[in-house]
Design a protein around this ligand. Sequence first.
Ligand SMILES: [Zn+2]
Length: 363
Amino acid sequence: MLVLVGSTLVGAALAGTTTVHVLDVGQGDAILIEAPDGSHILIDAGKRGPGVVDDLEAMGVDDLELVVASHPHADHIGGMQEVVEAFDIELYIDSGLEHTTKTYRELMLAVESRDIEYKKAVRGQEYDFGELHLDILWPGNVLLRNTRSDLNSNSVVVRAQHGDTCFLFTGDAEEPTERGLLNNGLEPCQVLKVAHHGSDHSTTSAFARAVQPEVALISTGLGNRYKHPGLEALGHLDAEGALVYRTDLWGILSVQTDGKTYEVIDGMPADPDMGWVPKDHLGSTGRTVGPSPDIPRPPRADAPSEDVPAETPAEVEPTEAPNLSGVRPSTGADEDVEDSRRGLIQRIKDWIARRRARRASKE
Ligand SMILES: [Zn+2]
């Protein structure tokens, strides 16, 4: 679907570009990829509730060419049944590791009853969407067993490459996964979706050193009970010089590439010294967040699973139009590119406004 607004192309993926949106789903993951050929790929769908379906509809998604469920915890597949029931899906993949929950069972029944093609994700599988190439890096043929969390450790890990730009999506992978990936030979990758909401069970220094991320995207809920992201993980990212962007501080994070350069088109890097610190005012991020939630601080070490959802954290809304922070400045010379970029930014702003209106109407 293409909609012309003035001279600017709005309302669909810009031809020739890949845009990754880490949606703002609180403590969970949901990532939309707009591929250069117009395909839509969804990795995870956040917690139960219509939020992700609403967001995808607001973004002009009519069908999904590929859906990846990284692993069957409720903060990743809770909203998936609604997605499966709302959109035509060409292919659905997951790690093949089953979960005992009703959420998981009902989701898989929905996939079956909608006649969606299902596949187990295994290292070596590849998918192409125009210039965007996806490689499944994990799990391997043999699943990891007897880890701290087998569901997390067998998360589907996807590497997405468009020209010179790489994105690495890690689900809730943990240290054993990272070791496996390193043993298989892991190439550096500019944009890392940080594993497991920035937990210290992931993002070891060895992993961060191998990936050398320039941009690290963390999807996590403000003041979450797991105290994500962890200071160790943040420290390892900082040591590699990664700029860390967090959904709990900013909301949606969007990164766009034309295959030559990439740009963070929505989001602001967080202060590297700021770990799990919900504050009334986060000056260094350039945005104000609502009243500081009164949050107990449980021990972080062995939070068992995200299956018990935390209370929805305080809403985080930008107080004004977001500042735009390009990690690599766009060439700027090409006016069409500038127009496209402005169009996309406007689309995201419209989307945020719609979300805000929707939330307000529910209060
Ligand atoms: Zn999770």
